[in-house]
Write a protein that binds this ligand. Sequence first.
Ligand code: NAD
Length: 475
Amino acid sequence: MPSFQSYIDGVFTDGEAGFDSLDPATGRVWARMPEARERDVDAAVSAADRAFHTGPWPRMNASARGKLLSRLADLVAENAARLAEIETRDTGKIIRETSAQIAYVAEYYRYYAGLADKIEGAVLPIDKPDMTVWVKREPLGVVAAIVPWNSQLFLAAVKLGPALAAGCTVVLKASEDGPAPLLEFARLIDEAGFPKGVVNVITGFGPYCGVALTRHPKIAHVAFTGGPETARRVVANSAENLASTSLELGGKSPFIVFADADLDSACNAQVAGIFAASGQSCVAGSRLLVEASIKDEFVERLTKKAEAIVTGSPLETATELGPLCTKRQRDHIQALVDRASASGARIVTGGVMGDGEGWYYPPTIIDCDGVDSPSLTEEFFGPVLSVVSFANEAEALRIANDSAFGLASGVFTNNLARAHRMADGLRAGVVWLNTYRAVSPIAPFGGYKMSGHGREGGLAAALDYTRTKTVWLRT
Ligand code: NAD
């Protein structure tokens, strides 16, 4: 049975405890993971703190930091097949998706490699002839990067890339559900030759590992991706040290289709928008808002496509829908579908979990028209689409914004002026017009409302891992 290790202070080590990781496709144990509790967390944070205060990393020439990040990008690309397979094995995410996503991971590290020497200070045009005043940008310090189970390599890259480019050191906590890809990724950090302690990779359970990490007095910033409930605890615990936080949280993203849209394109985008990663995606387009005049036709098209999705082993390249990451997640989805059904919503397709081995859930569509269904407001994080119709643009916008979340949104229309109006009116951090799920390291990403605060991607994300120091010199 494969056995993984933590990476602390440049050394691979068994955790102070251990736990079994289950293969989501079979429900059986497939690997052994190291569990970090208070002792390992303290060792990892102390190593990162030493690397920050006495090691070469923050003082290193910025382009030398960029070169190491570039080397890491190369190593990710060279080891893409192995990383993708391990992620698929440990999380159940299908091999097609993990393979495609790993290319983005390399791209993010490459982008931040190029930005490392473009983080600049400024000389201020102060109105005092005997003074020279300049502003330096200095790295924040030790960053705790905490990620959930879906897309761990990607969600780590959007934190590590900018944090390392800025000169911070990092303790990366992989999710206890499917931590293998990040523990394996630590080997590439080691091979790239980062100074010891600059990146430490651990995993463990939220109440022990997560709490110890966010409470640690040497943490300067917590970059967290996960659920809103956990985020509240993260903020409360890190508040003891007044550490800053950036929060990438859940979503209930509206996918809005007007009658004038290219319906083929909208239908394909909606299928990928909700069923990719078995719906375990923060940007899943999980609320379909469709203009009433085309609702029946559009839902029928979608249903045909949903029913044709090939479900199977996540390691097979022909598979289009794999299992959920955990049994807990599958049971959560079933319970929410049952509540939607009890509220009067109509299950158009799916809605009953598989009874074979593995934690599979079928593509599910729920018609919620005229019903106050909980499936319209609560995040499933699963392959379940809730549908409502609207009469006009104003109603579409009202329904779309009637959510505690505000992460992503999609609008399909061929009316350019309407597309602009919708982009202006949607209360979400990302608006995709006639497309869905497009990402780029250059583009900022993050939420409104309960979907969090702070942005990942782009130059601003790297600046967020710095603070300014203003220096006054009397000349
Ligand atoms: P979660 O909040 O349960 O766990 C996320 C991480 O937090 C895990 O590593 C977990 O161990 C850790 N954790 C748990 N309790 C903690 C505590 N008290 N202190 C510190 N850390 C703690 O999330 P999940 O259920 O694993 O993931 C699903 C959620 O993540 C969904 O809401 C989803 O929308 C969100 N998500 C958001 C984005 C985004 O970029 N906005 C991306 C992916 C997932």
